[in-house]
Design a protein around this ligand. Structure first.
Ligand code: PLP
Length: 449
């Protein structure tokens, strides 16, 4: 699954185990990078990418990594070098993709609120002009705006219409996007009218259908339903003379926050490939936009226990990371497996689960230092007894971890490190207090008179 594993602790008589990222002990990483810090495993990331491309090989998809899940340039570069394109949703993400060396011809650009400046930036970069790159258009007004700007620039770009297949992905309501009443895309009935109105525009060429129904999606059925609806739409459009050359299936494949929680990538592919293989042979191009499934388990957040505190019936482990570093538990009540990086062998976790049935575990709230009651990573979580100074790993933190981190309570953003075998690289240095105020100025009027 990943390369974060417990091995006998070589500084000990054999009674203890220590968590390693690839060949490096977590304690060593924390010593070099400090805490809190995000740790990414290169081998895990690339294995996930290879597993995905192997599973979907019959569709020969362009895999556009969803930058929003983890935008670190080194992560984007590794995936870009492995052959991935990028799924971007802002000018900043497009800037990152280009900075990572991924050409705009391998980028797809979604997002309901693209500004004029962002559209110009994407057109100037050549997005949609060649290759499989596409604007993923989310509304009539946005289409008109892209076409207007392209016309003014005398440019031509390819676009896909994002369609809501009205399928329930059975995920958190904040990350469910494929229902009819979603702010994303247009519903399938409007799609035909959309093509009739805009499908022959010479500057913004509508040649694709885009789906993204939610994240994470832990069953294959919502994909089957939405692909079936999309292919039916493609046929209806063909009957009206509109040729769809590209189907972008979006992202949303699950990740194992608990052991074996998610279908394997091969299981997703087994459900989807038969629905599309014949069309691919006839020339349909497929795009996938995975984020979480590639990077979630390629990263952990390391945090140090600052204090153990008892209050009423409760025991709290107060850590140096908080909701400012990893927001998912506070925002979505998301589960992240947490375990001390060094423990006695009897506490070595054989799997990752909410209810770990090991003798001697104690219920603990793992919380951060932020002044919010919602600043927690786990509530009443069975854990080995903890002490001040213990190093904890918060697992499956590679996706939507650092990407959502903030400086709330004036906390500098944490470091990010990339481990490759027994070498470590700091791929984003920890911010300093100077960084916190670097963009602030004493009030000076900009407009006078
Ligand atoms: N594509 C689009 C349009 C998205 O909005 C998202 C996530 O929100 C993704 C892809 C990536 O989803 P995931 O990380 O679950 O694969």
């Amino acid at each position: 699954m990943d390369h974060f594993v417990y091995r006998p602790d070589r500084h000990d008589g054999g009674d203890h185990v220590a968590m390693h990222c690839e060949q490096l002990p977590a304690e060593e990483i924390a010593r070099l990078a400090g805490t809190p810090c995000y740790v990414y495993s290169k081998a895990t990331l690339l294995e996930h990418y290879q597993r995905l491309t192997a599973a979907f090989a019959p569709l020969a998809p362009l895999v556009c990594y969803s930058i929003k899940s983890c935008g670190n340039l080194s992560i984007c570069k590794l995936l870009g070098e492995a052959g991935a394109g990028m799924d971007v949703v802002s000018g900043g993400e497009l800037y990152r993709a280009l900075a990572a060396g991924v050409p705009a011809s391998r980028c797809v650009y979604a997002g309901v609120g693209k500004t004029d400046a962002e559209i110009e930036q994407a057109l100037d970069a050549g997005l949609g002009a060649s290759g499989l790159g596409l604007f993923n258009v989310e509304s009539e007004e946005e289409f008109e705006n892209i076409a207007r700007i392209a016309r003014r620039k005398n440019a031509v770009c390819n676009a896909a219409l994002r369609v809501n297949p009205d399928v329930d992905p059975k995920t958190h309501r904040y990350t469910s996007t494929g229902k009819k009443e979603s702010k994303f895309g247009v519903d399938i009935e409007r799609a035909k009218a959309f093509f009739r109105r805009f499908g022959r525009d010479p500057h913004c060429r509508l040649c694709g259908i885009h789906l993204h129904i939610g994240s994470p999606i832990y069953t294959t059925q919502p994909y089957v339903e939405s692909v079936q609806k999309a292919t039916a739409l493609i046929d209806e459009l063909a009957a009206e003379g509109f040729t769809i050359t590209t189907l972008d299936l979006g992202g949303g494949f699950g990740a194992d926050y608990e052991t074996d929680q998610s279908p394997t990538l091969a299981a997703y592919a087994d459900a989807i490939v038969p629905l599309l293989a014949a069309r691919v042979l006839r020339g349909l191009k497929i795009i996938l936009e995975p984020g979480r499934t590639l990077v979630a388990n390629a990263g952990v957040l390391l945090t140090r226990v600052l204090y153990i505190k008892t209050s009423g019936e409760k025991t709290f482990a107060i850590c140096d990371a908080g909701m400012n570093d990893l927001l998912r538990p506070s925002l979505y009540q998301a589960f992240h497996f947490i375990w001390p990086c060094r423990t006695t062998a009897s506490f070595a976790p054989a799997r990752r689960a909410k209810d770990m049935a090991i003798d001697g575990l104690l219920p603990i709230d793992v919380v951060g230092p932020i002044c919010e009651s919602g600043d927690f990573f786990a509530v009443d979580r069975p854990l080995p007894p903890l002490r001040r100074g213990d190093l904890l790993a918060i697992y499956t933190a590679g996706a939507y971890g650092m990407a959502m981190a903030s400086r709330y309570n004036s906390t500098p953003l944490p470091a990010e490190v990339l481990v490759d075998g027994s070498t470590l690289a700091i791929v984003r240095k920890r911010e300093s207090y100077e960084d916190l105020i670097a963009h602030e100025r004493s009030p000076e009027p900009v407009v006078t008179g």
